[in-house]
Design a protein around this ligand. Structure first.
Ligand SMILES: *[C@@H]1O[C@H](CO)[C@@H](O)[C@H](O)[C@H]1NC(C)=O
Ligand SMILES: *[C@@H]1O[C@H](CO)[C@@H](O)[C@H](O)[C@H]1NC(C)=O
Ligand SMILES: *[C@@H]1O[C@H](CO)[C@@H](O)[C@H](O)[C@H]1NC(C)=O
Ligand SMILES: *[C@@H]1O[C@H](CO)[C@@H](O)[C@H](O)[C@H]1NC(C)=O
Ligand SMILES: CC(=O)N[C@H]1CO[C@H](CO)[C@@H](O)[C@@H]1O
Ligand SMILES: CC(=O)N[C@H]1CO[C@H](CO)[C@@H](O)[C@@H]1O
Length: 327
């Protein structure tokens, strides 16, 4: 009995040491603020709940924001910085939102625990709460990120997934961040909630011989295609949006994967996922089992929110406000 316990302990120590020796993400911990700001999770959660109750588009925006933060310069809140030539000024930012939610949580937290909690951690917490509020799993996320001091629009394009990407191009971008094909399929499940601008998928339609619009991809389900064409008139002046998941638009569930298999993936980058046999197998399996999607989501989300985290004082700071670096 004792021997078994001791062997187990040794094994556990061995694994925690080997993982700690290489990756800075292992400097994160779920109790990082337990002494310095024990209620931080509650502050963020209440703020996200408040904003989401008033505006149903908030959860989708927060999820999108965390992707744009973590994929560019790592999860360091660089996406939140305002000013000339920052990430926010890239045209890809047009679909970004939720900044006010993070700023509001930050203001509250600065009153309760001044100078303690990073905007990067607040953004991660807000995104995980967005998932839980819409019916998804409550993911335990490790904390302790510092805020970055660099935010360049020129870093955006080379690091994010464009909606026109093929599955190979997406896998390559993910792999450069240490994320696998499975992570790609699982994290694409974020499109189970949220809205997309018509311009993000207008390339999926073209004029046919008679001059009317028709889907480029014949596998797009017919009713879905005509509904999209109706919602997105070719010369709409106002930026129109449609739901990423046409079936259960506000519910974080595994419907997204069934959509993909039935020709109802909205973006080209969604529909692309079934063009690779390995990715398609993940799609099939996730479409059949929601709890397996939730388990995988938790794992991939923690992985994604550990990309390029800054944990030393030399690499980052705790910003006073999220939209600018400390003066
Ligand atoms: C941005 O640049 C313009 C001109 O290049 C300048 O007038 C403006 O003050 C700058 N804004 C900031 C926030 O630096
Ligand atoms: C063009 O219109 C004609 C006549 O209405 C129709 O028979 C034909 O199928 C249409 N072609 C396409 C590509 O929709
Ligand atoms: C779109 O614009 C073209 C010319 O600019 C016009 O002929 C057409 O009627 C417009 N279509 C709609 C649906 O408004
Ligand atoms: C669904 O996934 C869960 C969690 O991964 C697993 O425990 C369960 O056995 C799976 N159910 C089926 C029917 O495969
Ligand atoms: C995540 C990380 O820092 N990985 C590093 C682990 O160590 C090897 C070898 O020194 C590096 O190549 C990795 O980049
Ligand atoms: C929210 C935000 O910062 N939006 C900016 C996106 O980029 C355009 C220019 O491409 C700016 O005008 C917006 O202010």
């Amino acid at each position: 009995m004792h021997l078994i316990l001791r062997t187990l302990l040794t094994l556990l120590l061995f694994f925690s040491c080997t993982s700690a020796s290489n990756s800075s993400s292992s400097d994160l911990s779920s109790d990082f603020y337990s002494l310095t700001c024990p209620n931080v999770q509650l502050f963020v959660r209440n703020t996200v709940r408040f904003y989401s109750a008033n505006d149903g588009t908030v959860p989708g925006k927060l999820l999108r924001l965390i992707f744009h933060d973590c994929m560019v310069e790592g999860c360091d809140a660089s996406v939140l910085i305002q000013g000339n030539g920052t990430e926010r000024t890239d045209p890809a930012n047009l679909s970004l939102g939720g900044f006010d939610v993070v700023e509001s949580a930050k203001r509250l937290i600065e009153v309760m625990c001044p100078g303690t909690v990073s905007c990067a951690d607040i953004l991660v917490l807000a995104a995980r709460d967005a998932v839980e509020i819409t019916g998804g799993p409550l993911v335990q996320v490790p904390l302790g990120r510092k805020d970055g001091k660099v935010s360049l629009a020129s870093n955006v394009r080379p690091n994010i997934i464009d909606t026109s990407f093929s599955v190979e191009e997406m896998a390559k971008t993910f792999s450069s961040k240490g994320l696998s094909m499975e992570d790609l399929v699982v994290l694409s499940g974020a499109h189970t909630i949220g809205l997309s601008h018509c311009t993000s998928f207008s390339d999926r339609f073209q004029k046919d011989a008679n001059g009317s619009l028709a889907p480029v991809d014949a596998s797009m389900e017919k009713n879905f295609a005509s509904e999209l064409m109706k919602q997105c008139p070719a010369n709409a002046t106002a930026p129109t949006t449609v739901s990423c998941d046409p079936v259960t638009p506000n519910q974080f569930d595994n419907q997204y994967y069934t959509n993909l298999l039935t020709g109802k993936g909205l973006l080209k980058s969604d529909s692309e996922l079934i063009n690779d046999p390995k990715a398609e197998a993940f799609v099939e399996s996730l479409s059949k089992n929601q709890s397996s999607f939730f388990d995988s989501w938790a794992e991939s989300f923690v992985k994604m929110t550990s990309i390029g985290v800054k944990t030393g004082d030399d690499k980052g700071e705790i910003r006073a406000i999220c939209s600018s670096v400390n003066g």
